[in-house]
Design a protein around this ligand. Structure first.
Ligand code: UGY
Ligand code: MN
Length: 249
């Protein structure tokens, strides 16, 4: 391209970022060798307390050395097939499969015969006295139906237990029928990492409105005003990280 500045929907706003596939500039991490890792957000972007990464594995590819223990980690398979190996257990990580590993687990990932893409969320566990730290957990988005909410056409699927204060974050799939959205502009202390898994719509972030589509990522800092309405062309869905059960200190 000569003389033309590429345009982009990606942005660094006040209290949020939008990172689209066109913005991806892959990094390398020693554990993944030359396979691309897109750092969607890390704690280098204050005040984020999470790292969220999009890892692309070549067919039969995987970690070239184990990822060391020390952080709790959530995995969500976007496409292809892969397996997560931790503590002598193999957890499937194909499209729609997910797993959680506690901070004392090291792990490896291996792709199957086709390339695989996996979303990974990493954070420091914040213990709560009186609650046991959670152990490893794995499942698939199709294991349970999405639950109705107070808003007709808006359903949710919780991938991690939401009623146990031992857990310090939730991972939820939020699904909206065409034209349906959140019923308020939320402003709250918890932060979000959001990955669009289907469709698109309009995201209100602070004082701005952004059109978002499948593959887009949004980081929302604590107290970032936020609202969403799905587009009319079809359903929209996103995978949402949210810290929970802690008082912010
Ligand atoms: O649970 C939540 O905080 C969620 N409703 N936020 C969001 O979708 N931006
Ligand atoms: Mn929210």
């Amino acid at each position: 391209m000569t003389g033309e500045t590429p345009t982009s929907r990606g942005t660094l706003g006040r209290g949020y970022t939008v990172v689209t596939p066109a913005n991806h500039y892959p990094s390398r991490l020693p554990e993944y060798g030359d396979q691309p890792v897109v750092k969607l957000v890390t704690p280098r972007l204050a005040p984020s307390r999470i790292g969220e990464y999009l890892v692309s594995l070549a067919p039969e590819g995987g970690t070239v050395r184990s990822v060391e223990a020390g952080f709790e980690t959530f995995f969500y398979g976007l496409d292809g097939s892969a397996v997560l190996l931790a503590e002598g257990t193999a957890h499937p990580l194909g499209a729609g499969a997910f797993a959680y590993l506690p901070s004392w687990s090291s792990y490896d990932i291996r792709a199957g015969a086709t390339a695989a893409r996996i979303l990974i969320v990493k954070r420091r566990h914040e213990p709560h006295s009186g609650s046991d730290a959670p152990g490893a957990l794995a499942g698939h988005r199709a294991d349970e139906p999405f639950a109705e909410t107070a808003v007709p056409g808006f359903t949710r699927r919780e991938l991690l237990p939401v009623a146990d204060p031992g857990w310090d974050f939730n991972m939820s799939l939020l699904r909206f029928a065409p034209g349906v959205g959140l019923d308020k502009i939320e402003v709250h202390d918890e932060e979000h990492g959001l990955y669009m898994t289907e469709g698109g719509g309009t995201y209100i972030l602070g004082e701005d409105a952004h059109e978002v589509v499948v593959g887009d990522f949004i980081y929302m800092a604590p107290y970032c005003p936020q609202g969403f309405t799905a587009g009319v062309a079809g359903p929209a869905e996103y995978l949402l990280y949210k810290d929970v059960w802690r008082d912010g200190f």
